[in-house]
Structure formats: structure tokens, C-alpha cells
Design a protein. Sequence first.
Length: 679
Amino acid sequence: MSDLFSEPPPSSRRPAGKAAKPAAQPDTGATPAYDASAIEVLEGLEPVRRRPGMYIGGTDETALHHLAAEVLDNAMDEAVAGHASTIDVTLSVGNRLTIRDNGRGIPVDPHPRFPDRSALEVILTTLHAGGKFSGKAYATSGGLHGVGSSVVNALSSRMEVEIARDRAIWQQAYERGLPVTPLEKTGATQNRRGTQIAFVPDTQIFGTHQFVPARLYKLCRSKAFLFRGVTIRWACDPALIKSGDDTPTEAVLHFPGGLADSLTDELGPNAPLLTPLWAGDAALPPAADGTDNGRVEWAVAFLESSSAALASYCNTIPTPQGGTHETGFRNALVKGLRTWGDQRSNKKAAAITAEDVLGSIAAKLSVFIRDPQFQGQTKEKLTSSEASKLVETALRDRFDHWLAQNPPQADSLLAFVIERAEERLRRREQKETPRKSATRRLRLPGKLTDCTRERAEETEIFLVEGDSAGGSAKQARNRETQAVLPLRGKILNVASATTEKLRANQELRDLIEALGCGSGDKFDLTKLRYGRVIIMTDADVDGAHIASLLMTFFYRELPELIRAGRLYLAQPPLYRLTQGARSVYAMDDADRERKLKTEFKNRGKIDVSRFKGLGEMPPADLKETTMDPKRRTLLRVITPPEDRLNTRERVESLMGRKPELRFAFIQEHAQSVGELLDV
């Protein structure tokens, strides 16, 4: 047991919430004198009840749940230290929470400095009393200041403690921080051991706030994920779970995979992963004298989406404001990717920053270290200066090894991060155009012919190849709901272009400006000016090439637009078959031959017209076959969630900067081509 920093003499104890009164002053109507009698001395746990915000951040629902976290953290410290394997958490009617572990049990023998009081009573009634200061009882722990249990006691209308230790059971009750029963030995036990604390938060402090089952259950799950050696048994009275709440009444929480299980569970089966999950654990570098410095565990998912999420913990305590351990984590990833870029002779890797790397990852980081320093009692930010270097050193070696194990995977990740770096440079020059009313004059980007309806979800934009096709499309369109943007031939291949070319390409800038939703990190689906974006190119090889370039652009620069199901391919016909007054359209050569046999049965004279392009197709035909929503066929462009890794690799192979990958693809699939048709 460590030394105590403060302890009032037994004779001076008074019920919590009643401060020592200054000496009475005569009421003269004047301002009271500022002398020694104006100085109050708050004793025991009085400071906690007077100023709970100093210890738990306030008196709201979040602060109430902080009490649960304090008691659960103490049980977790026993588990992490190797003395407990099971924790029971039970929420009962009356806002009563019971937490029980099978650890060593809080000592009940008299305290050396206060022989008239048990160690249990000292811990629960004295600030800065506990067994976690010296590091002898716990190598690593979440409790650091010796105030957690005593604060919970002070802010509870009732706390009942049961200790199973040395084959005996001891019990004691407290109310608002003061013992109301003596510590009593109530029975014997052969196998049971550990600490059980049941408490009811004081309504004088927290008012009507109640424990929320879903919030407590989530806390228990996170603790079970953080330490794979513990099993947490959750139980909740069914009467406390509201209709529509899927929180279970009973659950056994045990996750052998640790943080990897947690991240996989949160992401779900359809996560847009760039690479397989990178997860593991490692010992932190030892101190100069060989002392164990603790360990680190991590799980990282690199995602195609741009929503980042990093959850970090220290000694199972959540650190939502981050801290030095997160700094070490960021440094390890950034330096690792830069080094890999150097090894692959990619000079652009030097421009990578933490923003580029962390902007699209979901990750969990957990460290266990000795004597951590936090910012405040709520422990939301780790400030231990040595944690940064320790975590960076431990993770850097493992990250380098993970990259080297699969070079294609590492190259793909590096290319993606470099894209984000290049996007960061382009953002400053990017312009976004909100939808304007048709009654206002607006300089439209490029050669955009806009529609008149203002409700974006009821409109669509056709991206067409050249001014000739644009002219036909403008005549065939519905002016109210359909916009047309002609593009000049084959657009830039964004998968192989340099950043400078992308930034200088007016065609792509006009396209992004016309859509109005931005790109990359600036993408905002709510600002998309049209309900559908339709690529409409000629029904030949060149048209397919242009469509491929446009799909690559959207996949690389506006992937969320594809995931939202807003990108489509128009299906213009290649042939018109006419017999008398009857006309039938065919999509390609095979469709032409099939319809000659089925529609006309090869009877009589049939006029077969081949459209050389959309520009030579009469507007009436273009409207009837391709643009009229009642008669047309559209293909939606998708990236299947279960196949996103393969999709990205395929785009890199066929459209990327390495021609050798395309050559390898051609060699691999050449035998599957039975016949080449000159169309």
C-alpha cells in the first residue's frame, strides 16, 4: 500500500456534503471581512461532492457512466496483471450497478498508518489512496491517482462491497462516502476470491440520469476486446431495455483475436478494404536497465473510402483526444511508407504526410505502459513523452516487415497514399459550383448545356464524346431534366497521369465543376447537381475506350459517387434494321444477326444502317433508343464490396502507370480470345 497524500484525523470526519462553517460574523450590512474565518477546509471526500466536475467531468449522463468505467477499470487492472480472468457486470432496477472480479480482492487488514481502519476503508474514503503508485502491486494499470474508487463512493447514495479473500468473505456498506456498517466477516469460502462492488449513483448529484444499458454493454465489449485474456459476463434486467434497443440481457464477451476481432466486427463484411487487415502485438523496447516497458497491440484497415477513424487506449483506458502513443503510431506508418517508396525508387513518396496516410484508415491502438501520464483525471489524452518513441520503434519494424511480405500489396497501398497526397495539392485550386436557379445567369463550365429543373434528384447529366454527339444529344434531350456536357475526345487517363497534368487539365476541371460535388476529400454527395451521371459514348471500340477512361476517372477521383449508385453507362445501338415502316435497333454484330433471324426471319429486303457515331444518329433515334427514360437501357457502374481489392488491382493493371502489368494481363488472357473482329 502506497503512502497517503491526505487524510483527515478521525475526529474531524463529518458527513459528505456538509462543509466546515466559518465563525459567525455580526450582520452589519457591510461587506464581510476577508480574514482567516473566510477560508474553508474541505475534508475527506467533501471536495468530490462539492466539485464533482473536477473528478469526473461534470454531473451529466457521460459523467454518470464515468463512475462505471472507474470501477470496471479497477477490475480490468486485476485481469491485465494476471490475477483475474472473469468479470461480471450486472445492471439492476433502481440504477444499481454491480461489478465483480475473481482477482486477489482488496486487502481488508488494518492499514499500517491507520490501525483503526481497514485498508478497504482507507481506499474507499480517502483521496489518493491505492496500490498503483509504486508499481509493485501492478506493473501497468488504468488507475493512477488513487481517486477512482473513492470518487465513486463519494458520489453514490449507497455502495456495498464484498471481498472474498484468504478463504473468507467480508462485507461493508457506505452511503455518500461514509461507512454505515463496520467491516464484517460474514462467511467462509474455499474457492471464491475477488472484489464485488455494487453502487447506486446519488440522485442529489446526477438528478434523473440513469445508466443506459447499450452504453454499458458497449463499454464492456471494448474492454473485452482490449484484453484477450479476460471474459466479461454481462447481465441486465430486461425491464431496463427499451423497445427497439437490441442490447442483450445476457452475454459472454471474450475475444481471443483482441483488437483485430474488434475492428473486423465494426467494419463488417463489406468494408472497402485496400489491403488485408494489418494487426498484431509486440513488446515495447525495454528500458536502459532492461526493465520491461510494456507492450502495444494494433489493428489497421486501409480503406478506399476517405472516412478516418482511430481509436486509441492506454492500459485499457480510452484516450479519445489521442496523445503521444498516437504520435508514435502515425510516425511509424508515414516513415514506413516513405522508406518503401525509396526502395521502389518512387520519388513522390517523400511528399507523403500523416494526413495522407491516416485520412482513410480505420485503426485501433492499445498500449500498456508503466506510470502513464494523462491530461486530467478523466484521462482522455496520454501525455507520457516516452510513449511516442516506444510505440514508433515497436511498430516501425513490424510495418516494414508487413510491407516487404507482399510487394504488390505494398505498391498498391503506396500508390493510393500518393494519390491522396496529390489530391491534397489539387484541393486548393479546385472550384465547386452550387446549383443555381434557372432565372439567374451563371457562367457554366466548359460547354455544359444545363437543364432547368432545380431538384437534383430529378435530373441527369449526359457526358458525351465531342461537339457533334453533343449537338445530337442536345436536340434529343428533355430540356427540363437532362443536361449535356460534351467532352473533347479521349480524356486524360488519371490512373497514369502526373499531378501536374491533372491540375492543368481543363476538361476534367470543367467536369468536376459541372457536377458540383467536389472530388477526393472535398467530395460531398449532397452537393451533386444531378441525380444520375450518364456516360454516353459511341457503340464502338473508341467509345468503349472513352467510357473506360471516364470510369477510371470516377473510380479514382469520385469513388463515393460510384458507391452511391449514381454513375451509369448509356447503351446506344450500333445498327438500325428497317423493313418497310418497321425499325429495330441492334446493339452490336451478334445482336444484329440474332434480330435478323428472330425479328425478320431473314425475309424480304432489310435495310441495315450502321451508326458511325452518336453525332450521325438522328436526334429522334437517339432519343428513342438511348435518352428517353421510358425506352432506354442503362447499366449502373458498381464496385462490388466483396471484390473491391480485385477491382483496384485490375484498374492498376489495365490503366495504371506500369505498362508491364498490362503486358502481363494480355499474355495471361490472350488464349481466351477466340476471334478478333475488326469493328
